[in-house]
Write a protein that binds this ligand. Sequence first.
Ligand code: 4AD
Ligand code: MG
Length: 507
Amino acid sequence: MQTVYIKDLGKHEGQTVTLAGWVANRRDSKGLVFLNIRDGYGLCQCVVDEAKISATEFEAASKLGLESSLTLNGLVVKDERQLGGFEIQVSGLEVLQSAVDFPIAKKEHGVEFLADRRHLWLRSNRQWAIMRIRNRIIYSIHQFFQEQDFVQMDAPIFTGNACEGTTNLFETDFFGEPAYLSQSGQLYGEAMAFAMNKIYTFGPTFRAEKSKTRRHLAEFWMIEPEMAFYDIFMNMDLIEGLMKRIVTDVLKDCKTELNAIGRDTAILENIVKPFPRLTYDEAVRIIKGEQDVNGQNSIKSLEDELEIVKEKIAATHVEIKQREENIASGALKKGEINFNQSKIDKLKQELKDLEEDERNIPGWLESARNFEYGSDFGGSDETVITRLFDVPIMVYNWPHAVKAFYLKRDPVDSRFARGVDVLAPEGYGEIVGGGERETDEQLLREKITEHELPMDAFEWYLDLRKYGSVKHAGFGLGLERVVCWVCKLPHVRESIPFPRMLGRVLP
Ligand code: 4AD
Ligand code: MG
């Protein structure tokens, strides 16, 4: 008999097939065992009927613990009510390994509890969906670049020089010499672009981020295209094209997954609209509330929202209290008690989110009001501005003093550098950073000195300005940040199979 994947059941309606997978859920009723089987490609209800199977097999089925592995045979029957539209009527079953007391149950677990069991948590339907979306995004990125004649090349991971400042370098012992885990493949990307014209790297990058935020990982995957003969505006066109491609592909191919995580796709559909391009100056005015966006003012809208959040919190407390009193009154039937209890659980979850907003909004307001012209954007500033938009925005022309040494000085106004940051909407913030590169060797030397970087380690890089230098540009897209926004995750830790961050190196 043929082993098939759950996703392909539609091709086998009316046939008897074999499935191989794990028990995602088990429910017993008189003479019947309902098994929810997952095989990594989908979920399917399999019905074990005492009357249609041997007594030993039925006994085995009725004892199966969560995440036990098994193979089973059965008839594929159409059933619209089921998740994938099909059900299996089991005619035979073999337990491969019987799992006892799988630690992750259906009830809500705390984040640390789940993070400690990431190796098992990955099997949950939600994590499954996120990882499949991540996979689709990775594939889209390769398709997008390969179709446009980019060559994928790999930058080294051990590096002798910093790329993104020296404050968050991981130092290693490289045969007795210090070497750093790469923060970015960009400088090597520039060398490779002068050999191949258009390249992209796709590799792990490392930042010793000492702060715990919902955006920062110590190890993350970055995609860094670098293009000879490109200026900052061509660079922005390319970024926009890539983002549109990624989101369009996910919307087209990951409907089940987006549904599984409850992602509201309306915002993602906006991806077809042009991305607003704002200069740093405009973006600062918007953050400080000196310029409105589509009739919305950053300060005013945060103040209004804080009021609404407070009202909602009060109303939620009242409703919880009422329902608890109803249950305590003893006048409710069992079904009504369960209904009220699950409502209360849901309200308590909503309350947590509301209380988080209540804590956060005053901080966002304060940093927006006190934003100092000339400084880089912090997480709060990015949140404040991106909550006003429904598509990613591009902020370009940054004060050169706060950006990386390699960015080209704006030929029109030398206070600025030709960098661009792409900020995702809904408060997500930076997902891409890039820009046009400085081609003036002397200016670069000054910048390297100003940033207190060792000139020796950059001589190879400066060679690129001596031998056939051309204008060029590129960017770095943080894969996990993009997954995080597309899936609307509360924290970047869910966007990568095994996150590495401050305090987390296991499992
Ligand atoms: O803005 P960054 O630091 O830019 C660079 O590294 C450039 N050399 C890229 C280039 O032009 N080739 O990082 C690029 C992106 C950020 O926009 C963000 O999406 C992601 O990398 N990123 C992180 N993602 C997760 N955790 C962190 N600690 C990250 N730091 C940066
Ligand atoms: Mg950046």
